[in-house]
Design a protein around this ligand. Structure first.
Ligand code: PMP
Length: 445
């Protein structure tokens, strides 16, 4: 991946609105809402979810393997036996029994945690939002991998934080480039608030941060007074059951975000933050003001599931399905894509990150792909600054292997046509050759 200028302006602060006439009260939005734009992937969802379209765009977990009958019985029993508790408000920090179980889940990646330092949230997305809310003032700088998870970028934008991307290679975030970015920012008197990183099976880049780089990155951040937010929803989804030591297991000041979305069920919206005690109270206050408390019902259901079901085997079943789909996607890319394209081969998680030849613009191409009944996520949605037009993210998590093969075949046809145009007209602005649906402007998954 090319190294972007570490100081490129991203998420520029909103211009103050100067209406010619007083705005209607319902139009007087707070300045921070100017940074809230529809994620390109979410806008694409409507078209991409038509049955005739093979969607390689969204990151929806594959729930087909869930034991729905026994879950249904668990839900019924939960209501019958514990309804008065499950349907009631509860602690803003989360149900104590679940917080203990969450510590057992995190122990699989080497984390030793106290349940008192766990805050249950409505998905780890809410944790990302809350952490940004309590740490970032408008204009503060956040370091994030380039590319980065679109939902994290959304939270940073919502609190008017400036994102400075640090590029990755096949071993994840590049320490030398992080050092360069920190140096360049320090020369301007800027200390980033935190580094937001997805060390395992990255969304969208599919790569995993080399274990040998982890200590170095933590030390660099500690030396410069930069916090670290470790966003790890995919850590248990290694295709051979492999796990990596969490950054939090190496450094207790790391803020760690986890989720049941990928290892159980995303619709339950149960995630968590593990924070240092100095952060906990403020995070709980922020959570309380957002939701009073996370849903008691889904927390208790997750708690029962962890206690009574062989959830580790279930994770293995999930990862076997994902590995089969990854294999189908890689085989199809090798079979159908013309030369000049590169992609990673992920060994866990949901995503393949493809780089296309110069001249092909993945954002501009998207409507033509949808016309050809295949959808992907353009790379531009994963950068805060419009970079990424030569990249695209393909998700293999949801469709069947057959649909994945067909989707890649269709995509290859569209890419061939794009390359023809590039060969004929060069890579500058080009004539409109075909008309398709309007370019959807990225899914939060
Ligand atoms: N972080 C990353 C990297 C993700 O990919 C996602 C969702 N796909 C989330 C956080 C949020 O997940 P959830 O809110 O479902 O826990």
């Amino acid at each position: 991946m090319p190294a972007p200028d570490p100081l490129r302006p991203a998420n520029p602060g909103p211009e103050p609105a100067r209406p010619a006439r007083p705005a209607r009260p319902v139009e007087r939005f707070a300045a921070r809402t100017a940074g809230m734009t529809a994620s390109e992937i979410r806008a694409l969802f409507a078209v991409a979810s038509r049955p005739e379209v093979v969607s390689l765009a969204g990151g929806m977990p594959n729930l087909a393997a869930l034991p729905l009958d026994s879950l249904a019985a668990e839900v019924a029993d939960l209501v019958a036996r514990e309804g008065q508790v499950a349907l009631q408000y509860a602690s803003a920090q989360g149900v104590p029994a679940l917080r203990e179980q969450i510590c057992e889940v995190m122990a699989l990646e080497g984390i030793r945690a106290d349940p008192n330092d766990v805050v249950v949230t409505v998905g780890s997305q809410m944790a990302l939002d809350l952490v940004t809310r309590i740490f970032c003032d408008p204009g503060d700088v956040v370091l994030a991998e380039g590319p980065s998870y679109v939902g994290a970028l959304g939270s940073f934008a919502a609190y008017q934080a400036q994102v400075v991307h640090v590029a990755m290679d096949e071993h994840g975030l590049v320490p030398g480039l992080l050092r360069e970015a920190l140096r360049a920012l320090a020369a301007r008197g800027v200390t980033p608030t935190f580094l937001s990183t997805i060390p395992n099976f990255h969304n969208p880049a599919g790569v995993t941060l080399a274990v040998s780089r982890r200590r170095e990155i933590l030390d660099m951040c500690a030396e410069q007074g930069v916090g670290v937010v470790e966003d790890n929803p995919y850590g248990l989804l290694g295709f051979t059951g492999q796990t990596y030591p969490a950054l939090r297991s190496m450094e207790p000041d790391v803020i760690y975000l986890g989720s049941f979305s990928k290892i159980f069920a995303s619709g339950l919206r149960v995630g968590w933050a593990l924070v240092p005690p100095a952060v906990r109270d403020r995070l709980v206050l922020a959570a309380e003001s957002a939701t009073l408390c996370p849903p008691t019902f889904t927390q208790l259901l997750v708690s029962r599931y962890l206690a009574a079901h062989d959830w580790r085997s279930q994770v293995k079943t999930f990862t076997e399905a994902y590995r089969e789909r990854r294999d189908a996607m890689i085989a199809a890319l090798e079979a159908y894509l013309p030369t000049g394209f590169t992609w990673n081969i992920p060994d866990g998680g949901f995503y393949v990150w493809v780089t296309v030849p110069e001249g092909v613009d993945t954002k501009a191409m998207l409507p033509r792909a949808v016309t050809a009944r295949v959808a992907y996520a353009s790379g531009t949605g994963f950068y805060a600054d419009g970079f990424g037009s030569r990249q695209l993210r393909l998700s293999y998590c949801y469709p069947t292997p057959e649909r994945i093969t067909e989707g890649v075949r269709r995509l290859a046809g569209v890419l061939e046509a794009e390359l023809d145009v590039v060969r004929t007209f060069g890579s500058g602005p080009r004539p409109q050759l075909r008309r398709g649906p309007q370019a959807p402007s990225p899914d939060t998954t």
